[in-house]
Design a protein around this ligand. Structure first.
Ligand code: AVI
Length: 325
């Protein structure tokens, strides 16, 4: 254990001002229709539920991306050569194992920086990886992507930013542009960006993936309110909301909402903020955009991220793009 700890660095990224954090929460709840920043889906319980979603038969993105990585991880490692790996939103880093395995074949000084807001998961994963890869150096960054991109430790060599799982789709076009601008400035010319995205496809297949039979996605969605109740001493009654997820064909995105079943008066005590919720009112907790590859490639190009190679599965459901700055 001592040996493993000497290969582990830990950085708690500077917290955002508490007031700023609540600003977008309050603004979203005042809006019509109401929205929540999707980071509230990811406390430790939310992250554990998301891990469960990844294993659901209906949720095709994880296994599809995993299969693409299984087939192409060595090609990726060969194309980039030795580099330090930084993964944004690493979660349990399950797919990253495939990349680390491929890089460990050729790279003697393997280093990996997972970034996640869920510190519990980040710590467990870091320790598991150190145990598995005897020479790996891990630098865990506890914080949001934005914090991480603004505060990355100085680069020691070429770097590759990894952003898997179609998390890019959880950003609206404006936030996506802002995020890619941050990616661009965190990278030096020659550095790499590896991004996995869910593609446009049959609507039934997509809607089924966000309305699973066991109700894990529903529990994940409702957990955002539990998180708010805990963090801000709120009084959302979870059993008075229903999970509602549907495809919006205009914006090409799944929208996850919480549908209010009874009139409720909500008070978030530590923010001294109150709202009334009418029957049938919804709170949108997440968007999950489904991409059209040519549009995405040109968006990336506008941020100086040139696609070197695009890999997809036989159904063309999911794509993995290796870009270079
Ligand atoms: C993390 N993110 C890419 C997932 C998605 O598919 O948008 C989150 C998720 N929401 C419901 N199921 C999974």
């Amino acid at each position: 254990v001592k040996q493993e700890c000497s290969r582990l660095n830990w950085i708690n990224l500077d917290a955002l001002e508490a007031v700023d954090q609540a600003d977008d929460l309050i603004a979203g709840l005042k809006q019509t229709p109401k929205t929540l920043p999707c980071r509230y889906l990811y406390d430790d319980r939310g992250s554990a539920l998301f891990e469960k979603i990844c294993d659901l038969p209906e949720y095709y993105p994880t296994r599809t991306e995993q299969a693409i990585l299984e087939q192409n991880a060595s090609a990726i490692a060969q194309m980039t050569g030795s580099c330090e790996l930084i993964e944004l939103g690493s979660g349990s880093s399950r797919k990253t194992h495939l990349l680390l395995e491929a890089y460990s074949q050729t790279d003697q000084s393997l280093s990996y920086c997972p970034v996640d807001v869920s510190t519990g998961l980040l710590r467990t994963t870091a320790l598991q990886l150190l145990h598995h890869y005897p020479t790996l150096q891990v630098c865990g960054l506890a914080g949001t992507y934005e914090q991480a991109l603004a505060q990355l430790p100085p680069a020691t060599r070429r770097r590759m930013l990894i952003f898997l799982g179609s998390t890019l789709g959880n950003l609206n076009p404006q936030d996506c542009d802002r995020f890619l601008t941050q990616v661009q400035s965190a990278l030096q010319p020659g550095d790499f960006f590896l991004v996995g995205v869910d593609l446009q496809k049959d609507v039934d297949l997509i809607e089924t993936a966000y309305n699973d039979a066991q109700g894990v996605t529903a529990a994940f969605n409702l957990n955002a309110l539990k998180h708010l109740n805990q963090q801000f001493e709120g009084n959302f009654r979870l059993n008075q909301f229903a999970h509602w997820a549907f495809y919006n064909p205009v914006d090409h995105q799944i929208e996850m909402h919480l549908f209010n079943l009874r009139p409720q008066f909500i008070f978030l005590r530590t923010l001294n903020f109150a709202i009334e919720l009418q029957i049938g009112e919804t709170i949108r907790t997440e968007i999950s955009r489904k991409f059209y590859l040519p549009t995405l490639i040109s968006t990336l190009e506008r941020h100086d991220l040139r696609s070197l190679q695009v890999w997809t599965d036989p159904n063309r459901w999911f794509a993995l793009l290796l870009c270079q700055r």
